[in-house]
Design a protein around this ligand. Structure first.
Ligand code: SAM
Length: 359
């Protein structure tokens, strides 16, 4: 049985700063990185039980947050307004599984209507997108990353515990039909889906989507990490090049400095076919990180790979003013680390869980 520290949402380690001057530029960190992007986990609950994230085998060890501990829509909207005032322009709604949060379409619309917010995007397992893609797009969600680790229905079920591949594929089609920009995300796992990397790319490209592969990360104190399944970015590229020809870096100008590095194929520059690789383990991408992460319970994490967090919920629920919240945001940003500290043997990762922080 994996050793998980529960509850599943990471604890808060930061100290809420006492009153004082509000910093002039609260969203610039100690490495001169400017924050423009906030990932908001809207729930720690999920309708899937992915083996590397929150497996069914955890049974009673899986304890979810009390509903009263989770931020209300009003609290989320207040925080998004404050972040927008400070310079955040992009919000990602994630989870858990964001589509299982009751009222998610209303929440998306509220966030999209905040002055200053230019992009609202989502990360989802796709299970409910058949019904929700069109209303979410109408509410202002312009892009969606859909988790898709395999195209084999049996393997999909096994990996996701309760997943239904047909529903997810219908969800991808619904998102494309609703006019969202779509990316597919596969955690690349040796011995599991390494034989499907090319098929996953072809699947995405034929739908106008961008396929991406994510290196497996030792979240949860490495409890669910299998070093033998690690598929480093260089190996992912070798597999793709073996089948599809030489990869060259895609032009990064005009793109958000996201965690993925994008590649295109040297032999067919005109096709526009690209593939993204998120190499948190072997090729850090932290130098231009512009992100913060807010958990479902309002803990602000400056880095996925470290446990430090400050509870903005506590500041708000103690009656804190907007300036109090901003001081807390500034404290989290000031403490943002230079980069991840994951090790390939599964050590060095954070105690927190992907399900709590929102991936
Ligand atoms: N439920 C949504 C989904 O499935 O996309 C959003 C949350 S999920 C935690 C976000 C992403 O994190 C998914 O693409 C998932 O595959 C990825 N993920 C979860 N655990 C991971 C791990 N240990 N290493 C790398 N990626 C992981």
């Amino acid at each position: 049985m994996p050793r998980l520290h529960l509850p599943v949402v990471a604890e808060v380690t930061g100290v809420i700063p006492a009153a004082g001057a509000v910093p002039a530029d609260p969203l610039v960190d100690g490495f001169a990185r400017r924050i423009r992007y906030l990932r908001v986990s809207v729930t720690d609950r999920c309708n899937y039980r992915c083996s590397y994230c929150m497996p069914e085998s955890l049974g009673d060890q899986l304890v979810f947050e009390q509903r009263s501990a989770v931020l209300t829509f009003e609290e989320i909207e207040r925080l998004v307004r404050l972040f927008a005032r400070l310079g955040v322009r992009k919000i990602r709604l994630t989870g858990g599984e964001p589509t299982v949060r009751k009222g998610i379409v209303e929440l998306a619309a509220r966030v999209a209507n905040v002055p200053g917010i230019e992009q609202v995007v989502m990360t989802s397992n796709g299970h409910l997108l058949g019904e929700l893609a069109a209303p979410l797009a109408a509410a202002g969600v312009s892009a969606i990353n859909i988790s898709l680790d395999t195209l084999d229905a049996g393997r999909f079920r096994e990996l996701t515990g309760r997943g239904d591949l047909a529903r997810v594929l219908a969800g991808v089609d619904a998102a494309v039909a609703a006019g969202m920009r779509v990316k597919t995300n596969a955690v690349a796992l040796a011995g599991v889906n390494d034989g499907e990397l090319v098929a996953l790319c072809e699947y995405a490209w034929t739908r106008g989507a961008v396929p991406r592969f994510i290196e497996h990360m030792p979240m949860s104190d490495g409890a669910l990490y299998a070093p033998e399944a690690e598929l480093p970015a260089a190996q992912i590229r070798r597999i793709l090049e073996g089948a599809l020809g030489a990869l060259v870096p895609a032009d990064r100008s005009g793109r958000d400095p996201g965690p993925a590095r994008y590649w295109r194929f040297a032999a067919d520059p005109a096709s526009g076919r690209e593939v993204g690789i998120i190499s948190a383990m072997t090729e850090h991408f932290c130098d231009d990180c512009n992100r913060l992460r807010l958990t479902a319970t309002g803990a602000l994490h400056a880095c996925l790979g470290h446990d430090d967090a400050i509870s903005l919920r506590d500041v708000m629920r103690r009656g804190g003013s907007d300036d109090d919240v901003v001081r807390s945001i500034a404290a989290a940003v000031t403490g943002k680390r230079a980069g991840h500290a994951f090790d390939l043997d599964g050590t060095g990762g954070p105690r927190k869980h992907m399900i709590g922080i929102g991936g």
